[in-house]
Design a protein around this ligand. Sequence first.
Ligand SMILES: [Zn+2]
Length: 352
Amino acid sequence: MPGLRNAIFRTAMEALYFSGAHVLMRPLTGGVGTILTLHHVRPPRPGRFQPNRLLEVTPYFFGRVIRKLRRSRVDLVSLDEMHRRMTERDFSRRFVCVTFDDGYRDTLQHAYPVLKKYEVPFALYVATGFADRVGEMWWLALEAVIAKSKMIGLRIDGEDKFFECRTVAEKRHLFDELYWWLRRRKTEQELRQVVRDLAARHHVDIGAFCGELCMTWQEITELAADPLVTIGAHTVNHPILAKLSDAEVRSELQNSRAVIEAALGRRPQHLAYPVGDNTSAAAREFRIAAELGYKTAVTTRPGAIFPEHASHLLALPRVSLNGEFQKPRYARVLVSGAATGLWNGFRRLNVA
Ligand SMILES: [Zn+2]
């Protein structure tokens, strides 16, 4: 399915680009601003099996996007400034917020120098368990297991099942199957347990990814000292919140904020829901985030920001810079909001 979604999205992007429709549709779809989502910014890696590649863009593409934005008529603003504009209904100029999820070291290495050069404010949503080196980046463990194996054994509903994954095509297919099967597990605990077993069986160290990829508190502290940077919360364990109890959701949102405050001396006011689609964060999570006093919270539901979002600041959509769409000409379409408007069926609000 993600393959099909991508194909449709690519066709739509090309159509929008070549027809110039993104300019014509701007008043309809562009809203008052856009929040961009990024994960990794790093040089391309060799290898054809990279199922998580949509989560990374190259420093070159990232540089193009930032330069293009700097030269355009939009204001690049911090989350606090976005919040001010929304609450005071100051929509005289379009804004873009740049945000990074998870707290990867490549944000510091490859994105920060560009953002610093062009003086672009940005936010970093830190999962404290990753910085503490106790997180489980299960989607990467799944990729690593499939990458190194020719066959995978899994216990599904009390039965041992085996899946072949010799070729790149088989690996891609199996990753998609297992990824979405895991996402459908009832509890986060079950999802994690399956991946832990799988990783152990195939000698993949699930705990090693944090140390390899994520910033230490020392590095986060360095970044946080720059006035361009806003540190936001992204939970402790990076769970799919919708699979947790009310009390667990509350503790994830509260404890991550407390840990960041203890480390940096500043209490985060902004939140990003892990995974962040409508099966991961919805009405209950938005309500709890509001009750805990967060000023804004972002999802990964695609879309631009409209004036109506002023009443839904804990359920904000974002536009992802997706590694599968790195042609420079796409950058303009993305920022116009037209592509995600199309994706969204032109629904302005998607906050339930
Ligand atoms: Zn995340």
